[in-house]
Design a protein around this ligand. Structure first.
Ligand SMILES: [Mg+2]
Length: 219
């Protein structure tokens, strides 16, 4: 293990739903409730992980909702996401504690509302390690770009193809969390194709990767 503070100057941002919190099923269930109420076809796990993208209004429009119904659909989705059926992803607590102890700058960058993140944070006893929480993010790429210039080494950890596309486009080391533990996430190949430099199955694998990739090359 590296010495205390070895990760100062390193930033690790996390997607929330499906990444810190193992609840991709909750996101899919909330989406499918919106679709079912409108007699639109619901999405299976594989289709959900491929098609899910932000902003939600764009996703709903692609799924066939009329423009005048998008705001109502977003509100319903947010309410569906508030149901407490989540659990912490395996290895999340020790991973966050380790990265924080090593001095990494840690943040959440998520489409979830601030209230939903706060709720999960308390209900699931997520370690309070965050330097920043960007909630209700509708454009992940733009939000990632805002943080990127502030740290020399930057990682983004996410569970959907869209997360990895945005992260690699914004210059981050993109770390994908593959489907595991029934999280309903994307498979490893889909994440690699989308731009993941690393694909993990548990967050316990993350600290050594961050430590290794954070070591500047010596000439
Ligand atoms: Mg996610």
């Amino acid at each position: 293990m590296r010495t205390d503070g070895a990760l100062r100057g390193t930033m690790v941002l996390f997607d929330w739903n499906g990444s810190v919190v193992a609840d991709a099923d909750r996101a899919r269930a909330a989406l499918n409730e919106v679709l079912a109420r409108r007699a639109l076809p619901m999405l299976g796990e594989a289709e959900f992980s491929l098609r899910f993208r932000l902003p939600l209004s764009e996703l709903f429009a692609r799924l066939g909702l009329p423009a005048g119904d998008l705001a109502a659909a977003e509100q319903e989705w947010a309410e569906g996401m508030a149901h407490p059926h989540a659990r912490l992803r395996d290895g999340a607590a020790s991973c966050l504690t380790t990265l924080s102890a090593e001095g990494a700058w840690l943040g959440v960058l998520s489409a979830a509302s601030a209230a939903a993140v706060r709720f999960d944070q308390r209900a699931l006893s997520v370690p309070t390690v965050w330097n920043a929480v960007d909630a209700s993010v509708t454009d992940k790429y733009a939000a990632l770009m805002r943080h990127r210039p502030t740290r020399s080494r930057a990682f983004y950890v996410g569970d959907t193809a869209d997360d990895l596309r945005c992260a690699s486009a914004a210059g981050y080391i993109a770390v994908g969390l593959a489907d595991a533990q029934g999280s309903g996430g994307a498979d490893a190949d889909a994440l690699r194709v989308a731009g993941a430099a690393y694909v993990l199955h548990t967050l316990e694998e993350l600290p050594p990767i961050v430590a290794h990739a954070a070591v500047p090359l010596t000439v």
